[in-house]
Design a binder for this molecule. Structure first.
Ligand SMILES: Cc1cc2nc3c(=O)[nH]c(=O)nc-3n(C[C@H](O)[C@H](O)[C@H](O)COP(=O)(O)OP(=O)(O)OC[C@H]3O[C@@H](n4cnc5c(N)ncnc54)[C@H](O)[C@@H]3O)c2cc1C
Length: 412
């Protein structure tokens, strides 16, 4: 058995940011990672994926993007390289290939049993990632057996899919990107759309993330939003980070030939049905976008940016090409694949400390769990809107390190 002051579980950006802050605060610790650093970027992302945040926004404690293309978007391989370099930029005590099989309370604080031995520490930080396990709705079980079902963590490129039509369920970042890519491969795509966030890639000559940054939208804290639970459930942004800096929203997809339908609501044999909510969802997304662009315009005028950025751009609401079908027969439509882009959930089968709520999520306030000395980091809106982004996890790591060092001081 080995002892340390803090065990960090997970060697992605959150675990590394935490490790960097603990190192700066001279807290003896270890990062236990079941795979390699940035494992999910190595083995759970599709081939063409690029960050949807621009490179300049890759800012971690003590380390920021310093390459030649600050306005570009890193590929998955480049993210792995970036995080590898981050881990090498300070003496990050990463023990890779170490799977935590159980975390339980012990007299000294916590005991982490791994497949490579046992660790004990008065404090533990769970950094196993918000995008842990693809969330697949129960409807999936009602689909016929000859339909190939794919989740984004297993999808690599369209070539692995059978020929024929594809139903992509979910129209946030993953859904719109994969619908577009699969459609371009010659497979007709139907996209089932629920609540979503429409955004232009560029507005008035600046990246939309630049505007978010300037307006401080991503810095909003958990205390500042009226309904934190709802903010945590918000769908990811309809964005893609391509070198051509193109917008990828529903109008673009329909122009490319993707067919839109409402939210998938049922399946019986090969017949699937969709809620009649598509018009309502797109109208709501348009209204939110119109308000955002207006907010940007007011901000630009008030701060004198009007003189620096491009002129105001007219907002074009989505115009419907054709009414959406409420039902489809997968067999007669030639749809052979269903791709679930329906989000993620966290599973903690190894977590034996009683901190899980009825929904299976860790109960916490800003990453501080009810179990003294146990923390979590990297979750949606943990402390700020940007908590699960590369650019956001660092501030949370600094805050949690302060809390953790105080806990160690008291425990000593
Ligand atoms: C498709 C996709 C695109 C994204 N694009 C962007 C983007 O453009 N910009 C941005 O800022 N954010 C983006 N994100 C969000 C976020 O940056 C990523 O989800 C990121 O991987 C989160 O980092 P993390 O360290 O919190 O978790 P993860 O990267 O998930 O790391 C968790 C680590 O914990 C390890 N682990 C899990 N269980 C155990 C265990 N029991 N024992 C030991 N180790 C364990 C895993 O192997 C993994 O390496 C994207 C997310 C997804 C899914």
């Amino acid at each position: 058995m080995r002892r340390t002051e803090a065990v960090v579980i997970g060697g992605g950006q959150a675990g590394l940011a935490m490790s960097r802050c603990l190192t700066d605060s001279r807290v003896d610790h270890v990062v236990l990672e079941r795979g390699r650093v940035a494992e999910r970027w190595r083995s759970e992302r599709w081939d063409s994926l690029r960050l949807l945040t621009p490179n300049w926004q890759s800012r971690l404690p003590g380390f920021r993007y310093d390459g030649p293309d600050p306005d570009g978007y890193m590929s998955g391989h480049e993210v792995v390289d970036y995080l590898d370099r981050y881990a090498a930029s300070f003496p990050a005590p990463v023990e890779d290939g170490t799977n935590v099989l159980a975390l339980e309370a012990a007299s000294s604080g916590y005991r982490a049993t791994t497949d490579r031995g046992v660790w004990e520490a008065p404090s533990v930080v769970i950094a196993t990632g918000q995008c842990d396990t693809p969330l697949v709705p129960a409807i999936a079980r009602q689909l016929p057996e000859d339909i190939v079902q794919v989740v984004p963590t297993r999808y690599r490129n369209p070539r692995q899919l059978p020929e024929g039509g594809v139903l992509v369920v979910g129209a946030s970042a993953t859904g719109v990107q994969l619908a577009d890519e699969i459609h371009a491969s010659g497979r007709p795509v139907t996209l089932a759309v629920g609540r979503h966030t429409r955004l232009p890639r560029i507005y008035r000559g600046r990246d939309i993330m630049w505007w978010f940054d300037a307006l401080g939208i991503l810095d909003e804290t958990a205390e500042e939003v009226p309904d934190l639970a709802a903010s945590r459930r918000q769908p990811s942004l309809q964005l893609v980070g391509r070198p051509d800096r193109a917008t990828l929203d529903l109008p673009t997809l329909t122009a490319h030939g993707v067919r839109l339908v409402g939210k998938l609501s049922g399946a019986e044999g090969s017949r699937v049905s969709f809620a009649e909510d598509l018009v309502a969802h797109t109208a709501a997304a348009d209204a939110r976008l119109a308000r955002l662009l207006q907010r940007i315009d007011i901000f630009a005028a008030r701060t004198g940016l009007d003189a620096e950025v491009g002129g105001k751009e007219p907002f074009r609401p989505f115009r419907w090409p054709a009414p959406a079908p409420a039902e489809l027969d997968l067999a007669s439509e030639g749809i052979r694949t269903v791709l679930w882009a329906t989000g993620f959930r966290c599973l903690y089968p190894w977590l034996k400390v009683p901190v899980l709520g009825p929904d299976g999520e860790i109960r916490h306030r800003g990453g501080v769990t009810p179990s003294s000395g146990l923390y979590t980091i990297g979750l949606n809106f943990l402390r700020r809107r940007k908590s699960s982004f590369i650019d956001g996890v660092g501030r949370d790591a600094m805050d949690l390190t302060l809390h953790l060092t105080e806990h160690l001081r008291r425990a000593a």
